[in-house]
Ligand binder design. Structure first.
Ligand code: ADP
Length: 619
């Protein structure tokens, strides 16, 4: 037997390991199983090149709990280690790397927790003693037994081990007794090992029989060793992709809308499958996240810094050995490989969407409402994506017809260009409330878009910035004649004094709630067949308020009261009859105001009841 000190200079690094990774100690299992899988894969490689002769036999990795001995064992039949190798890889190298790392990140524990495995030594996070029993594949190699009790001293001696491979035995700390529970270990294996390339067995398969759970003779295999993303797209059908989606997210009931199979080997390695889920509300967004794997080992589902933010709305897996995981998150953002990866994914996603739109516009339009949030988010946050997305981002009109912005502008160009050459696109966010406005627009042969999505306001502003002579206006923001001005404004023959008199008289009758609601009374010679009095709401102010709801630094707009223009139509006989004759006409004027409020959906409660009674009396 030999004794020695682990090749580290610091006095006792084990307490540091424990404290350091405390919040994420469960990753020890991932680290040990990854090592076991690596050792097995290496053996297969050696066999395939003829370095190892004969049948490799059983290659399953097994995880076993012994409750009486309080041990958790990970066993493999991989290449194993000789005494020299244990000395080199366990006593020296692994640990010196850990020390360097600890020094480097002394003060930044938060930044790296969860993204760095200390490899084999992470076993000490949960164990008071760790033993290795290993038999190398090499001819004449003696089996070795290594043991260490969580201090820099270890013992190493020859032993007898009948099978090739390595057993790592963890004597679990009392403090971490949960790792001796079947359910905990099974949960961790499902989280980290579900798609490892070598079979992982844990206990026996169970089945429900006559209301009781019975153990079968068969081993319980945790993982799918050939997950869909590692296979060739040509070998997979749509059903296979859907099936894999449910393997990834067992709790998800909906089918994904479509998928993208990623596969690059230059200038970096990356495979994966991304799915477009049905996104109904903002709440759905963060339930099923993209999972990041490194050679089929689950790493994390926090991919924010690796893929652009809007892509985190997608579901699926990304597997890349080229994403540096042992570094801080802020570093990731500036890493060149990571930038290339996110650029590549953006391009693939955009190309796939363009291809789907081209292949079947009608089908794409059907899916549009479900993918709209994602595409708009991408357009608003990623210039490159915006450029590609203009070819398939759709606008929907109130008749349920879809078109890209370019297609739509072509459609309305003859009608909706004003006298100054601006293309004016009319929209509503609430067709019921804006019914009267919409009817007036239709009567003029105009089209009206439906813009009631969460990001629509932002997208309209973006489109306006990109197109010099394009404006979006909500249908209730002014009279239709003013929204799309075809000729100079009509005039009336009243003096400023007369109009001021009218204005004042109406103003005195308006409901007052100055903090929340403001009315601004104006006179205008609108169309004779328009309403005598109507409400409009300034497009700019309203949009600023809507955008303030999503954006920091715009709170000022959010606090402004809602303000409306109450327009008195001096071309309408009912208003003309009131010029110079407002005295004693309060009831009539109230009726006119209420009609305007009613027409824009703002007359409610007591005011509505009063209006109804007054109307009956007038009859
Ligand atoms: P890493 O896996 O990142 O290299 P580890 O500390 O986990 O670091 O392991 C150090 C080395 O010990 C491995 O590279 C490998 O050579 C050896 N090793 C660990 N576990 C096993 C095992 N189960 N079978 C064979 N070799 C192993």
């Amino acid at each position: 037997m030999s004794k020695g000190n682990i090749g580290v200079t610091s006095d006792n690094i084990f307490p540091v390991i424990k404290k350091f990774l405390y919040s994420d100690h469960e990753i020890f299992l991932r680290e040990l199983i990854s090592n076991a899988v690596d050792a097995t894969t290496k053996l297969k490689t050696l066999s395939s090149v003829g370095e190892v002769k004969g049948d490799l036999g059983d290659l399953r990795v097994r995880v076993a709990i012994d409750k009486t001995k309080k041990t958790l064992t990970v066993s493999d039949h991989g290449i194993g280690m000789t005494a020299e190798e244990v000395d080199k890889y366990i006593n020296q190298i692994a640990f010196s790397g850990a020390e360097e790392f600890l020094n480097q990140y002394k003060d930044k524990t938060e930044a790296i927790i969860g993204h760095f495995g200390l490899g084999f030594y992470s076993a000490f996070m949960v164990s008071k003693k760790v033993e290795i029993f290993s038999q190398s594949y090499k001819e004449d190699a003696k089996a070795v037994h290594w043991s260490c009790e969580g201090n820099p001293e270890y013992t190493m001696e020859d032993t007898i081990k009948s099978e090739r491979g390595t057993d790592i035995v963890l004597h679990i700390d009392d403090e971490f007794a949960q790792y001796l529970e079947d359910a905990t270990i099974e949960g961790l294996l499902k989280k980290y090992c579900k798609f490892l390339p070598v079979e992982i067995a844990f206990g026996k398969k169970k089945e429900w029989k006559d209301g009781k759970e019975v153990e079968l003779d068969e081993e319980n295999i945790i993982n799918d060793i050939n997950p869909a993303w590692t296979r060739k797209p040509a070998d997979l059908k749509d059903e296979d992709y859907d099936k894999f989606y449910h393997e990834l997210y067992p709790m998800q009931m909906d089918e994904p809308l479509f998928h993208i199979h990623l596969n690059v080997d230059y200038p970096f390695n990356l495979t994966g499958i991304l799915y477009f889920p049905k996104i109904k509300t903002n709440l759905d967004v963060h339930r099923n996240k993209i999972q990041l794997y490194c050679n089929q080992v689950y790493v994390t589902d926090e991919v924010e810094n690796i893929v652009p933010q809007y892509l985190t709305l997608l579901h699926g897996v990304i597997d890349s050995p080229d994403i540096p995981l042992n570094v801080s998150r802020s570093y990731l953002q500036s890493d060149n490989n990571v930038k290339k990866i996110s650029g590549y994914i953006t391009k693939k996603v955009a190309d796939k969407l363009a291809e789907l739109y081209k292949a079947d516009k009608e089908d794409f339009a059907k899916k549009w409402d479900d993918i709209k949030l994602f595409i708009q988010f991408g357009m608003l946050t990623d210039e490159k994506f915006y450029e590609k997305a203009t070819g398939f981002a759709l606008y929907k009109n109130i008749g349920g017809e879809y078109a890209t912005l370019d297609e739509y502008m072509d459609k309305v160009r003859d009608q909706q260009v004003d006298k100054d050459g601006n293309m004016v696109l009319l929209y509503t966010n609430d067709p019921d409330a804006h019914y009267t406005y919409i009817e007036r627009a239709k009567a003029k042969g105009y089209d009206v878009l439906l813009m009631n999505g969460e990001l629509d306001v932002h997208c309209m502003s973006q489109a306006e910035q990109k197109h010099e002579k394009l404006r979006f206006v909500r249908i209730d923001s002014d009279t239709i004649e003013n929204l799309i001005k075809k000729e100079d404004a009509a005039k009336d023959n009243y003096t400023d004094e007369q109009k001021e008199g009218l204005r004042k008289a109406f103003e005195a009758l308006l409901p007052s709630d100055a903090d929340k609601l403001k009315y601004n009374v104006t006179c205008e010679a609108a169309a004779a067949d328009a309403l005598p009095v109507f409400l409009t709401q300034n497009e700019f102010m309203r949009r600023m308020k809507e955008m303030a709801a999503h954006q920091q630094g715009m709170a000022f707009y959010g606090q402004m009261p809602d303000s409306y223009n109450l327009v008195l139509n001096t071309n309408h006989p009912a208003i003309q009859a009131l010029v110079d004759k407002t005295e004693g006409q309060d009831e009539k004027m109230k009726q006119l105001i209420d009609i305007a409020l009613l027409a824009s959906g703002q007359l409610k409660g007591e005011a509505l009841a009063k209006f109804v009674n007054r109307s009956v009396e007038l009859l």
